[in-house]
Design a protein around this ligand. Sequence first.
Ligand SMILES: Nc1ncnc2c1ncn2[C@@H]1O[C@H](COP(=O)(O)OP(=O)(O)O)[C@@H](O)[C@H]1O
Ligand SMILES: [Mg+2]
Length: 369
Amino acid sequence: MSTSTDPTEKIATTGTTPSVSLRGLTKVFGGTTVVDDLSLDLTSGEFFSLLGPSGCGKTTTLRMIAGFSDPTAGTILVDGEDVTSTPPHKRDVNTVFQSYALFEHLDVRGNVGFGLRRKGLDKRTIDQRVSEMLELVELGDRGKERPSRLSGGQRQRVALARALINQPKVLLLDEPLAALDLKLRHQMQAELKQIQREVGITFLFVTHDQDEALSMSDRVAIMNQGVIEQCGTPEDVYEHPTSVFAAGFIGTSNLMTGTWSDGCVCVTPTLRIPAPGHQGSAEGDTLSITVRPEKVWLGDLTPQMFRLPGTIVETSYHGATTQYVVSIGPDLTVTVLEQNLPRMRAEDRWNPGDQVEMGWLPEHTVVLR
Ligand SMILES: Nc1ncnc2c1ncn2[C@@H]1O[C@H](COP(=O)(O)OP(=O)(O)O)[C@@H](O)[C@H]1O
Ligand SMILES: [Mg+2]
């Protein structure tokens, strides 16, 4: 993200012009600010996700980039060109929606070739490009089918092919997998990522699903109430959340609040959690901290670890992992996630009532805004 406010300026990101630059993008609906002074640069060829809860302004942002909705304020640049007042069909941008919006009166080939026919390309070129696109999305043998005969996943691949055939600078995807069941969704996530790598087009992918965003993206922006709370690589935003919202929205977080004193966050008079890397707080400041459940160990602690006693209150088996809820004081619990390793047996698991010593490395205590 850049703080620059000059809308005509071409902003350098890793030496190239960003595919999309948003500068102070704002949308107000009837007195409510839905997108609030949003600034963002997308690097050419990246898979970028906008992640946030329902109603935070994701679709509104995409619609403004696509040109379907006028910003109240701010500027949109596509590949360095100001398109803020350019009509949608003249923007080098295509959109894939959750509802596939296919033309039911056309077969699959007719749907995919639609954009090229409208551009007036000759039939041979269109046929060839349509065939290439259908190969890309693995629908080579379904060209003559009506969309209504296809499954949800196949329909979404037709929608993707129909958008990609126009070779846009940027593809906007608004929760394209949300209507699919979990197994198909996982499969399509991998395929979509693969296709994006092959075509090299910038993808701006909108989702409310944190796993989806983490597993697919080069970068993720976490959005809340019209503003971007945090932007970074999946690892960045997961391992180093900067706000309570970001920590809570991605993954399970063990949020605790206390006062800053002598390099520790004092959650209770007896529970002092060291946060060695933290700077910028004064003695007595109130701080929130988190530690991710998989960073916490039960037993087998190393000498470097911060340690504290606890009591198991809940054990739940999840196949690949076991989750424990550990009480560390009145109204204070920590959730712990353990891998079920090959050598582990059922009797090795902790049970409610067991006293444990738990711990984590001090650098895994994350201090939040
Ligand atoms: N055309 C509109 N008129 C009035 N309010 C709208 C309109 N479109 C969206 N909103 C409101 O803007 C907010 C953000 O909506 P949206 O961008 O669709 O969120 P998201 O896609 O993140 O779920 C919601 O509160 C929604 O009700
Ligand atoms: Mg939406």
